[in-house]
Design a protein around this ligand. Structure first.
Ligand SMILES: [Zn+2]
Length: 277
């Protein structure tokens, strides 16, 4: 039997990650502008001309053009290849992390972990970039996560289909009710529905308890970032205003916590319990 070496899958993860990064570039540009993700095909933001698929290849296209569009020579932001490179590296990382500390055996459960980590790690990129700037979480990531979780649960290893369904319902429903009550209590919008859908997706991928851990970790990370900001004077001398549009969204913290909990949730919980008892 020929054993396919792991580096082969690491390279596949890199290439697939770059391609997904290319799609996320489209998502990051079009979703907040309310444009369709599929129509029209890629166009130059300056002169609106169609971009041939050849120049649209992830990473390669930008390098071939040396950062200037073929149609009107307007500069193409370095953000595009950077997003593709980041996604490519995260794609390779998901293979490495899924295999870390276990024998390489091409088993279904290994591919399931690879796919889940690939989804969770790459998902950080659009959630971070879109939510920070526009306070929106794309449905293709949040609702997409629910479908990915249910699909993965069909395969052996990890959580079952029933646990995936329960995870989606309890995590999403729980956060929705929590947000509803806090909104009533504080009389201001406490939780966006985007966060609810995002957490529902994490529940479908790793079960409701892990989704709860994601929520707790995201809240702690959020405090670590937001508390210091309250003490920093802003450049114009004004205090940090929590009620302003500059309020920090919760989605990025959820998306960063998700792969951490997927990988080390049990270990972190054990560590925490060992401190208590
Ligand atoms: Zn152009």
């Amino acid at each position: 039997m020929i054993v396919v070496p792991i580096w082969y899958f690491v390279i596949l993860g890199f290439l697939f990650g770059a391609s997904v990064g290319s799609f996320y570039n489209v998502l990051i540009y079009r979703m907040p502008r309310g444009l369709s993700l599929v129509k029209p095909a890629s166009f130059c933001p300056s002169c609106k001309k169609h971009i041939p698929i050849f120049f649209n290849l992830p990473l390669v296209g930008w390098l071939l053009l040396r950062g200037k569009s073929a149609c009107c020579k307007s500069p193409i932001s370095v953000r595009y290849p950077l997003v593709e490179l980041l996604c490519a590296l995260l794609g390779a990382l998901s293979v490495v992390l899924a295999e870390w500390g276990r024998p390489w055996g091409l088993e279904a459960s290994e591919f399931k972990d690879m796919a889940a980590l690939f989804w969770l790690l790459l998902g950080i990129v659009p959630v971070l970039l879109i939510d920070l700037e526009h306070h929106l979480i794309p449905d293709s990531i949040s609702v997409g996560g629910i479908f990915v979780g249910l699909l993965l649960s069909i395969f052996p290893g990890g959580i079952s289909v029933v646990d995936s369904l329960l995870g989606f319902l309890i995590a999403g429903g729980g956060l929705y009710v929590f947000g509803f009550l806090v909104t009533r209590f504080l009389k201001k919008e406490a939780m966006g529905f985007g966060d609810v859908k995002l957490l529902a997706g994490y529940g479908a991928i790793m079960g409701y308890f892990a989704a709860f851990e994601v929520l707790v970790m995201a809240a702690l990370l959020g405090l670590l970032v937001i508390l210091p900001m309250r003490f920093i004077k802003r450049p114009n001398g004004a205090d940090f205003d929590e009620s302003s549009k500059e309020e920090i969204p919760f989605g990025p913290f959820l998306s960063i916590s998700a792969p951490i909990v997927y990988l080390w949730g049990d270990a972190i919980l054990e560590l925490y319990l060992s401190f208590i008892y």
